[in-house]
Design a binder for this molecule. Structure first.
Ligand code: NAD
Length: 353
């Protein structure tokens, strides 16, 4: 990978490679854009197949955070950190060493919980730095509000694509029954939606089957199901040239970050197939809204009001896409870039005054 060329093309401000021998730690902190505020982005711990794969993930996820904050109207920039490690090798020493790297950025980067990082881990990181959110869990963690945001996004997509406010009787396929996926299933079940679910962990599928009467399918069967909505809530890259031809859903609306294998190519393929794609960083902004509200002093009413905006923002994006004949992915970027540009311009005016 041509590092500086890639970073310039994607618009990143700074990449920090964190390395230590004792404990043995390899982590990457990517800061994409701080125009709207300090870079916010959760930390993911994952046994990446290569360092390049880890870097790519950090670069894409951090850029997604910039767009996410801008679309959610949160005064924060975009960042993301990845720790390259097997979850079995995660220790408090490793997390504390990572916390010291975060602290060295002095508030330019504020982090929280993502895949393979637990609330306990966040508190461990907090022993070394105050620049970590989701510690106090005043709200009960980000997953409930994220899943509510995804549910509201599904409502907006159904209204736009299926021209209906009726959810009862619709069929939704949920991939991944972790913190977000399981909560999403609860919302959908409560609204009379028929669930088809999958997870690599049979304990989780069994639980959701019992709780919500879901039909369980094998992980590779989830794409081709005859459903109205596909909700990816596991890992990224699952909407690609291999899976798109088999998709039968009219709507893709889920929490997973970076769902599109290749943004331009695959968002266009979805549009060509008449599938309405809810851009991941817009529909899953509930987590960011939640942690941001915890950071400024949690007020449940305010946080939930902001999550409700996901519904209106998505409808606005769908309409921009329709009017300008562009993909919903491009429409969301347009909306985010316009918001960032207007703040950047007013900052320049302030400096000039
Ligand atoms: P999680 O780790 O709790 O759950 C992920 C689930 O996906 C696990 O149950 C795992 O077994 C399952 N899974 C992994 N590979 C799979 C596969 N190939 N097929 C089916 N299932 C598979 O994570 P989470 O907090 O629920 O987050 C889910 C996704 O949403 C992630 O991409 C995360 O980045 C994103 N997200 C989460 C939040 C949040 O508030 N937690 C906010 C925004 C975005």
């Amino acid at each position: 990978m041509l590092l500086f060329e890639t970073v310039r093309e994607m618009g990143h401000e700074q990449i920090l490679f964190c390395h230590g021998k004792n404990p043995d730690i390899k982590a990457i902190i990517a800061i994409h854009d701080t125009t709207l505020g300090p870079a916010m982005g959760a930390t993911r711990l994952f046994p990446y197949v290569s360092e390049e794969a880890a870097l790519k993930d950090a670069l894409r996820l951090s850029r997604g955070m910039t767009y996410k904050a801008a679309c959610a109207n949160i005064p924060a920039g975009g960042g993301k950190a990845v720790i390259i490690a097997n979850p079995e090798n995660k220790t408090d020493d490793l997390l504390r060493a990572y916390g010291r790297f975060v602290d060295s950025l002095n508030g330019r980067f504020i982090t929280g919980q993502d895949v393979n990082i637990t609330p306990h881990d966040v508190r461990t990181i907090n022993q070394e730095t105050k620049y970590v959110v989701g510690v106090s869990e005043k709200s009960g963690g980000p997953a409930p509000i994220t899943s509510l945001g995804v549910f509201l996004g599904i409502k907006a997509a159904v209204e736009f694509r299926l021209q209906s406010k009726q959810l009862e009787g619709l069929k939704v396929a949920v991939q991944g029954l972790g913190n977000v996926g399981k909560n999403l299933c609860r919302h959908l079940h409560e609204h009379g939606i028929k669930l088809f679910v999958t997870d690599v962990d049979p304990v989780k599928t069994e639980e959701v089957k019992k709780l919500f009467g879901a039909t369980v399918v094998e992980p590779d069967e989830i794409y081709a199901l005859d459903v109205d909505i596909f909700a990816p809530c596991a890992l990224g890259g699952i909407i690609n040239s291999h899976t798109i031809p088999s998709l039968q859903a009219a709507i893709i609306a889920g929490a997973a970050n970076n769902q599109l294998g290749e943004e331009q190519l695959h968002s266009q393929m979805l549009a060509d197939k008449g599938i309405l794609y809810c851009p991941d960083y817009v529909i899953n902004a509930g987590g960011l809204i939640n942690v941001y509200n915890e950071m400024i002093g949690y007020n449940e009413e305010k946080a939930f009001k902001q999550v409700n905006n996901i519904y209106d923002t998505l409808l606005a994006i769908f309409n921009i896409a329709k009017q300008q004949e562009i993909t919903t992915n491009d429409a969301a970027k347009k909306l985010a870039e316009e918001r960032i540009m207007s703040v950047s311009k007013s900052k320049l005016k302030e400096i000039a005054a």
